[in-house]
Structure formats: structure tokens, C-alpha cells
Design a protein around this ligand. Structure first.
Ligand code: C5P
Length: 219
């Protein structure tokens, strides 16, 4: 049983790839003094470990790495590549890997250090698997072309020869895989608020979400 800190604010966000959830979640966390976790980064980190250590990549190896996982490990630039993202999406279908990652995430969500008022996590199964009792849940999305363009611009910064059509194809493939997999598929739960960021600037999205949270916590 994981111990749970009482009276904390928990915000859960699910979203398909490149919908802008990470940027928003980070801004929300900062504004409300919540600890933030981009859960996709953990699957990306495992994918990166697999690419780096193809020969000793097994359950025990991953278990040890997750035991020692430090939030700083998740800030590596190499985790952002499309190759790592695609591999993460394949790895994340594995039931045993998900179990290992889940306890880390649940502990993170329910036991933020005392200096934080709560937690904000984003991913694919946060609203119904990791923080089913979150105070506020969001499903953040945008149309596929907008998402592909945003991801293309991000990737172009780290890899000059990034191709938009390839990025689009890769995101479509990832959507299909994340939404249709048997274990922990991406879905919008009934109690999640839908935020479509297609035609909204980052600050407009933030203000929209802030309004919803303020209304909820000031009740
Ligand atoms: O969010 P990001 O695109 O970095 O996530 C990489 C991959 O990790 C996703 O495509 C998805 O397959 C997986 N993931 C997941 N569950 C989460 C977060 C990410 O399965 N909570």
C-alpha cells in the first residue's frame, strides 16, 4: 500500500501526442505550486535504455533503473527524439513495464514533498489509472495537423533535417497504437473536461484552464 498525503490538490491530464498538454501542465503546476510529472518521459527513458543497452534489456534491468530513477534522468534531450517516442509507444504496451512505472507515478502523485500543495501529472492513463480520484481531470487535444506541426517545430530544433510528413505519419501511427492497445489505452473519461487547443494560443489555453481550476478550488 502506498501512503497518501492528505488534503493535496491533484490534477490529472491525458492527451494524445503533441497536443500541448506538457506545456500547459507545466504552467499549471507552476501557478498552483504543484509538483509536475510528464509520465511519457518515463516510457521514453525506458525506450532510451533499450536503445542504449539492447543486450541486457530485461525486466530486472528495468526494475533496477526505475528504483534508482531520478527526475533529472528525465530531462535528457535525447528523450525528445521521434525514434525514442516511437519506441516508447511500443514499450508502453508491456503490462509488466507499466506496473513498474505505475507505482513510481502513483507515489509521485500522492506524496509530493511538503513544499508543494499537490501534484499535476500528464500522460495517457492518468485520469483513470494513476489518479482516478483527481480533483480535476482534463483531456487535452488538438487536430492532427496542428499537433504534427507543433511536434515538427520542436523536432526541427534538435534535428535540422526533420520532415513534416514523416512527423505527421509518426503521430498518426502513435495515436492509433495508444488509443487501440489493450492495456491502459488513451481515452477521454466521462469526468474529464475536454480542452481543444487547435485554435488557441498557449496563454489562451492556460487562462481557460486556470478559470476552471479556480472555480473548482474556490467552491
Ligand atoms: O507523452 P509522450 O509522447 O512523451 O509519450 C511517449 C509514449 O509513452 C506515448 O506514445 C505512449 O505510448 C506512452 N505513454 C503511456 N502512458 C502514459 C504516458 C505515455 O503509455 N501515461
Amino acid at each position: 500500500m502506498i501512503k497518501k498525503r492528505k488534503n493535496i490538490l491533484k490534477i490529472a491530464i491525458d492527451s494524445p501526442a503533441a497536443a500541448g498538454a506538457g506545456t500547459l501542465a507545466k504552467a499549471i503546476a507552476k501557478h498552483y505550486n504543484l509538483i509536475y510529472l510528464d509520465t511519457g518521459k518515463i516510457y521514453r527513458y525506458i525506450a532510451y535504455l533499450k536503445l542504449k543497452n539492447p543486450n541486457n534489456f530485461n525486466y530486472k534491468f528495468i526494475k533496477n533503473k526505475i528504483k534508482l530513477l531520478n527526475i533529472k534522468d528525465l530531462s535528457k534531450k535525447t528523450l525528445l527524439s521521434d525514434k525514442v517516442g516511437t519506441s516508447a509507444s511500443i514499450i508502453s504496451k508491456n503490462k509488466n513495464i507499466r506496473k513498474l512505472v505505475h507505482s513510481f507515478q502513483i507515489n509521485f502523485a500522492y506524496n509530493p514533498p511538503k513544499k508543494y500543495k499537490g501534484s499535476c501529472l500528464d500522460g495517457r492513463d492518468i485520469t483513470y489509472n494513476i489518479i482516478p480520484d483527481a480533483d480535476i481531470k482534463f483531456y487535452i487535444t488538438a487536430n492532427i495537423k496542428t499537433r504534427a506541426l507543433r511536434r515538427y517545430k520542436e523536432l526541427k530544433e534538435i534535428k535540422k533535417n526533420t520532415n513534416y510528413n514523416e512527423v505527421l505519419k509518426s503521430i498518426k501511427k502513435r495515436d492509433k497504437s495508444d488509443k487501440n492497445r489493450k492495456i491502459a489505452p488513451l481515452k477521454k473519461t466521462k469526468d474529464s473536461l475536454l480542452i481543444n487547443t487547435t485554435n488557441l494560443t498557449k496563454s489562451a489555453c492556460f487562462l481557460k484552464i486556470k478559470k476552471i481550476i479556480d472555480r473548482k478550488i474556490n467552491y
